[in-house]
Design a protein around this ligand. Structure first.
Ligand code: PAF
Length: 280
């Protein structure tokens, strides 16, 4: 059965109050829709852990730097609801914009430090938008658990920091990146790639895998970065925003592998920005 769709905060609260009365745990999976297997794996993880599961779908204007990117972001609500059918989520919350940002909305949640690097550098304000909407979704749903993909690893760390700093009583659960058969990390943005660009997209993950092997063998980033960047560009990518080794906890920059190191990449292919990260 397709889960009920709720579009108002009042309706959401009415429902969660009933669940709370029964002492049921609530898990939330925040999304912007255009659901793929990555999102569905989060919903399954929530289903396994919690009595009640809410998937939220809200294309959050505050986290887009580019108005065209916001306009072109895929919106596929009916299909999304059908995809969630087999998982058995309890509620799909698709708030109207004014249910998240009422008239005169004037508050921003801003996490410092973790947001200054990687995607934060090329997308100013993006993570403020993410932290603001996610804190609101945590409060609105009163979730005990929230599920995020490691594909957006920087986002996951920022959300963890934000929940800790604001004493939000929600346990943030990170779930592994789900990949296409050719290794490309699943993302709603893949839908925006032309057929031709889609063929070249997995090169990013391929190059990162090779870098991982070399780093594990003792190579430094300084040794391997020029060749790795050249390979990505030769595959038809237009630009590499970053290709960096960082600590998986505080995201500080590294030159050599160490426990909990991760390799992070963002690159542009035919007008679409792809990101990925792997543990080294
Ligand atoms: O990862 C996303 O899809 C979004 O950044 C999120 C967490 C749903 C907030 O809008």
């Amino acid at each position: 059965m397709i889960a009920p769709i709720e579009r108002t905060l009042a309706g959401l609260r009415q429902q969660t109050a009933l669940w709370r009365k029964e002492d049921e745990t609530i898990g939330v999976v925040p999304t912007m829709g255009a659901l793929h297997q990555g999102h569905l794996s989060l919903a399954r993880a929530a289903r396994d852990k919690c009595d009640r599961v809410i998937v939220t779908i809200f294309v959050n204007p505050k986290q887009f730097n580019d108005p065209d990117d916001l306009k072109n972001y895929p919106r596929t609500e009916e299909e999304d609801a059908r995809k969630l059918e087999s998982i058995g989520v309890d509620l799909i919350y698709v708030p109207e914009p004014d249910q998240i940002y009422p008239d005169g909305f004037a508050t921003t949640v801003s996490v410092s430090g973790l947001t200054d690097m990687l995607c934060g550098e090329s997308r100013p304000g993006h993570f403020d938008g993410v932290a603001t909407v996610v804190s609101k979704l945590f409060i609105q749903t009163s979730a005990d658990y929230a599920f995020f993909g490691e594909k957006d690893y920087q986002q996951l760390q920022i959300v963890r920091r934000m929940a800790l700093d604001l004493d939000l009583a929600v346990d943030v659960v990170g779930c592994p990146t789900i990949r296409e058969e050719d290794g490309l990390a699943m993302s709603s943005r893949i839908l925006l790639l032309s057929d031709r660009a889609r063929i070249h997209a997995p090169v990013l993950a391929e190059v990162m895998e090779e870098m991982r092997e070399k780093l594990q063998g003792g190579a430094s980033m300084a040794d391997i970065l020029p060749d790795a960047t050249a390979r990505i560009m030769a595959a038809g990518f237009n630009d590499v925003d970053y290709l960096e080794l960082r600590d998986g906890g505080d995201l500080s920059l590294l030159d050599k592998a160490k426990p909990d190191a991760r390799l992070f990449a963002a690159a542009w292919l035919a007008g679409v920005r792809l990101i990925d990260n792997i543990a080294v």
